[in-house]
Write a protein that binds this ligand. Structure first.
Ligand code: FDP
Ligand code: ZN
Length: 316
C-alpha cells in the first residue's frame, strides 16, 4: 500500500519546519522528543492507582505519571499557555503570552496496559482559547506505542497526514515513514465499541451491512488510537456509538474525537457524530462526550442515512 523508502532520513523536526511556522514546528518536534522518556517508564509503572479521574474512571499508575510528565515537558517548551487533559480536573493555565493551547489524552486505551496491548497519546493544538470547534485545530498528533512506536501528525488545511517511526527505541528522532497518507478507496476493517445489545436497531442494521454487504473484517483492539490506526492504513470504519444508556457515547470531543477527526478527514476519510462532522460539533463543555463514527466517506454517508430518522432501541 505504501512505498517505504530504503533509508529513512527526514526527521519529524525537519519535516515540520519545512511546512509550518517555526513555533508550531518546534512544538511538534519537542513532543516527539518526549517519547523515549515516556516509553522507558512503561514497564516500571504497572500498578493500578487508588485515584479516579474526573470521569470516574479508575486511574492506572501510568495514567497519572504520563499526564504529569507531559504537563511538565509541555510547559518547559515555553510554547504552551494552557493544557487541558483528560486526566486533569481543571486546565493548567500557565503562560499568557505563549502561542498554543494543548489538549491531550495522555494514555488513550489505558485498560490495555494490563494485557500488554497497544495504547497511545493524542494531542490537539490550538492557537485560540477553548472552547472552540475542531475546525480551529492547527495541529493534531497521535502516538502509538505498539511493537513499533509511531507518530502521526497533520496541520490540516490540505497539508496532509504524515507518519513517522522511531527506528531505534530510545532515540529522540522520529523518521518519516509515510508522507501524505490517504485512506484506501475501499474499506477493509471495522471496529465498534459499546455493548452490541445496546446499539440502536438502526445502527445494528448498518453494522451488519459492514460484513454482509461491504465484506469488512472485524478488528477491535480496545484502544481508540490502535483501532484508528487500522482504519487509517487499511480503510473501513471505527465507531463508539451512542446507546440508550449513554446517548453521547464514550469518547471525548476535545481529548479524542476532534484531533482524530482532523487526521481522518485530512487523509480523505470522514467523521461524524451521526449527523455532522466531528470538526463542526460545537460544545462548550471541555469534558463533553460525543457519539463517534469515522472512516471511509461512503460508509459514513451510509451510517448517517441509516440513523437519520432517529434511533430506536431493543426492549431489554
Ligand atoms: P480506555 O477506557 O481503555 O482509555 O479512551 C477511552 C477508551 O479506552 C478508548 O481508547 C477505547 O476506544 C475505548 O475507551 C474502549 O472502550 P471499551 O472498553 O468499552 O471497549
Ligand atoms: Zn482515550
Amino acid at each position: 500500500m505504501f512505498n517505504v523508502p530504503d533509508n529513512l532520513e527526514i526527521t519529524l523536526g525537519k519535516h515540520a519546519s519545512k511546512h509550518l511556522s517555526a513555533d508550531l514546528a518546534t512544538l511538534i518536534s519537542r513532543i516527539g522528543q518526549m517519547t523515549p522518556n515516556v516509553k522507558a517508564e512503561f514497564p516500571k509503572r504497572l500498578k493500578v492507582a487508588r485515584t479516579t479521574n474526573k470521569f470516574g474512571e479508575v486511574q492506572k499508575e501510568l495514567d497519572a505519571w504520563t499526564n504529569g510528565f507531559f504537563v511538565d515537558a509541555l510547559i518547559k517548551t515555553g510554547l504552551v499557555r494552557a493544557i487541558y487533559s483528560e486526566e486533569l480536573d481543571k486546565p493548567y493555565i500557565y503562560n499568557d503570552s505563549a502561542p498554543f493551547v494543548v489538549t491531550m489524552d495522555p494514555l488513550d486505551g489505558s485498560s490495555n496496559i494490563s494485557t500488554n496491548n497497544v495504547f497511545g497519546t493524542i494531542f490537539g493544538i490550538y492557537r485560540e482559547d477553548l472552547p472552540a470547534t475542531g475546525r480551529k485545530l492547527v495541529c493534531a498528533i497521535y502516538e502509538l506505542y505498539g511493537p513499533i512506536t509511531t507518530l502521526v501528525y497533520t496541520a490540516g488545511n490540505g497539508m496532509g497526514v504524515h507518519e513517522f517511526v522511531k527506528q531505534r527505541e530510545g532515540e529522540q528522532q522520529y523518521l518519516l515513514l509515510h508522507e501524505n497518507m490517504k485512506l484506501p478507496a475501499k474499506g477493509e476493517v471495522f471496529g465498534i465499541g459499546a455493548d452490541p445489545m445496546e446499539w440502536s436497531n438502526e445502527f445494528m442494521g448498518f453494522a451488519k451491512g459492514l460484513f454482509k454487504k461491504h465484506r469488512l473484517k472485524a478488528r477491535y483492539c480496545g484502544a481508540f488510537v490502535g483501532d484508528f490506526s487500522q482504519v487509517l492504513h487499511r480503510g473501513g470504519l471505527f465507531s463508539y456509538p451512542c446507546t440508550k444508556k449513554s446517548p453521547n457515547g464514550k469518547l471525548r470531543l476535545y481529548f479524542e474525537a476532534a484531533p482524530m477527526a482532523l487526521i481522518m478527514e485530512e487523509a480523505g476519510g470522514a467523521s461524524s457524530n451521526g449527523s455532522i462532522s466531528l470538526l463542526d460539533v460545537d460544545l462548550p463543555d471541555i469534558d463533553a462526550r460525543v457519539p463517534l463514527y469515522m472512516g471511509n466517506k461512503y460508509l459514513i454517508e451510509e451510517l448517517e442515512a441509516a440513523i437519520k430518522k432517529g434511533q430506536t432501541y431493543r426492549q431489554q
